[in-house]
Design a protein. Structure first.
Length: 120
């Protein structure tokens, strides 16, 4: 129950930070950058294997709500409504592929850094 409350608190803080940073849902560059950045940090957090409460607060709460896919979906639908299908497809693809790539990069950077540190 405590972890669930921490996820909710982190989610509320992440949603507020998302709104403040993007200032609106119409800025596609900021949404893309925020999605990639938060997914990269989420990969770092997941690789660090923190305690459950830290993962709930920082990972599933704050970082997951900082880069919500609902903003990506809203922008993609907006492009499609304006009949800019190519831009909509590129934006959606960049967000999905970029988010997964950044999460994996963060994960691998943490794991390779830990391995390198142990070898020193």
């Amino acid at each position: 129950m405590t972890v669930l409350l921490l996820v909710a608190i982190g989610g509320a803080c992440g949603a507020l930070a998302h709104y403040v940073i993007t200032d609106s849902v119409t800025d596609s560059r900021r949404v893309l950058l925020l999605t990639m950045l938060s997914c990269g940090v989420l990969g770092l957090v997941a690789a660090a294997t923190p305690p459950q409460w830290v993962l709930g607060l920082a990972g599933f709460g704050f970082l997951a709500s900082l880069a919500p896919m609902s903003s990506v979906a809203l922008l993609t639908v907006g492009y499609a409504r304006r009949r800019r299908f190519r831009v909509a497809a590129l934006f959606l693809t960049a967000n999905v592929v970029g988010a997964i790539a950044c999460a994996m990069l963060g994960f691998l950077l943490w794991k390779s850094g830990v391995t390198l540190y142990r070898k020193l």
